[in-house]
Design a protein around this ligand. Structure first.
Ligand code: PLP
Length: 384
């Protein structure tokens, strides 16, 4: 299937090339015959923006092409996408298996919310991002994975996990926010649904919070019906930004990945750096799998410095180019001392219990020139 939009697939309203932003809550009808025609499904018209909006539909069509999916659905955030998928597929006593190293709030939803509704949440002690042996026996309704995982960028064996799920009649859900559909398309490897925090590389400019789910038309239709009830829709302005981001996604992610690989190599060779986690490096435990699955290795590098974990603070403070901010995937490089930025509420010990080391620095590479980022890191490391 081509990921490029053909002429006849484009939004044709007034021959506008960019999709118009339909900033409307509701849609009008000519009279009761027109309303009846709408309800019979003859017109394909819109009704009320909680049920659908043409701007969102344009972005969803583009994302579906890029994900290789029958259909996609936008959400108000990545978390809205994750929580809605969980709510739609799970019920009391159903079991979900999620890896230890999942995005922390995905884990929080599972442990904090799903358990309240009687869902059985299984987080194997061993990181199931990698080890199939850690997966439990018995019936499972949902198997969840992230590619690459966050923050140590492990690459799960997606094909084997898909087979494992298929044999148990479980749904296999893959959050590929960090890989993006430019580098890895989960549905082509047996996943039932691919989830994106479109806030990251898809939006790509740190100016929109959005999420998306892609998969078969049946599952997406069911999620759309549920979304009309739960109300977790994306506004049309944001949908426009997602659509615009999708147009340059591949270009940005490839350039970012090229720079990230060179920076990871630079860091690995630096005497003050004790460990670098980047799937493009041969030293990464999943390098072979990353090479098999991904067409480039993405924009996130995690690393640790030689010495006391607190030294991570010193480096993030002296760097001049990357912004010191939560999140990743934008045009500007971003850096964070990960436990302090993302685990402040549960502290270093809580983060370490979840497998995140105290001194870990997460660096999201942006579109700046490699030499500029390298020199900034080199100067910063010299000052420690
Ligand atoms: N999934 C992953 C892998 C993430 O990194 C994030 C956010 O960082 C999310 C989901 C949640 O996305 P959002 O911030 O758009 O709600």
């Amino acid at each position: 299937m081509s990921k490029h939009m053909r002429r006849d697939e484009r939004n044709q309203a007034n021959k506008s090339l960019a999709p118009p932003i339909f900033q409307t809550a509701t849609f009008t009808f000519d009279g009761s015959d027109d309303l009846a025609a709408f309800h019979s499904g003859e017109t394909g018209a819109f009704f009320y923006s909680r049920y659908g909006n043409p701007t969102n539909e344009a972005a969803e069509r583009r994302l579906a092409l890029i994900e290789g999916a029958e259909a996609s659905l936008l959400y108000a955030s990545g978390m809205a996408a994750v929580s809605s998928v969980f709510l739609s597929l799970l019920a009391p006593n159903a079991r979900i298996v999620i890896p230890q190293e999942s995005y922390r709030h995905t884990r929080d939803i599972a442990e904090g919310l799903l358990t309240r509704y009687g869902v059985r949440v299984d987080i194997p002690a061993e990181n199931t991002a990698v080890s199939l042996e850690a997966l439990p026996d018995g019936p499972v309704r949902v198997l969840f994975a992230e590619i690459p995982s966050n923050p140590t960028l492990r690459i799960p064996d997606i094909a084997k996990m898909a087979e494992w799920a298929r044999l148990r009649n479980a749904r296999f859900i893959v959050d590929s926010t960090i890989a993006t559909p430019a580098l890895f398309r989960p549905l082509e490897h047996g996943a039932d649904l691919a989830i994106q925090s479109a806030t990251k590389y898809i939006g790509g400019h740190n100016d929109v919070v959005a999420g998306a789910v892609s998969g078969s038309r049946d599952i997406i239709d069911a999620l759309r019906e549920q979304q009309a009830l739960l109300g977790s829709i994306l506004g049309p302005q944001e949908a426009f930004l997602v659509d615009r981001g999708l147009k340059t996604l591949e270009l940005r992610v490839r350039r970012i990945s090229d720079t990230a690989l060179k920076l990871a190599e630079f860091l690995e060779g630096h005497s003050r750096v004790s460990r670098v986690y980047y799937p493009g490096l041969e030293s990464h435990p999943d390098h072979a799998r990353a090479t098999e699955y991904m067409s480039a290795f993405g924009g996130i590098i995690s690393f640790e410095l030689d010495g006391d974990p607190e030294i991570a603070d010193e480096l993030v403070n002296v760097l001049q180019i990357p912004v010191f901010a939560p999140g990743f995937g934008g045009t500007e490089s971003q850096v964070e001392h990960h436990v302090k930025m993302a685990y402040a509420d549960i502290g270093t010990e809580g983060a370490e219990n979840r497998g995140v080391s105290a001194g870990l620095i997460r660096y999201s590479v942006g579109l700046e020139d490699f030499e500029v980022l390298r020199d900034d890191l080199g100067e910063g490391l010299k000052k420690l």
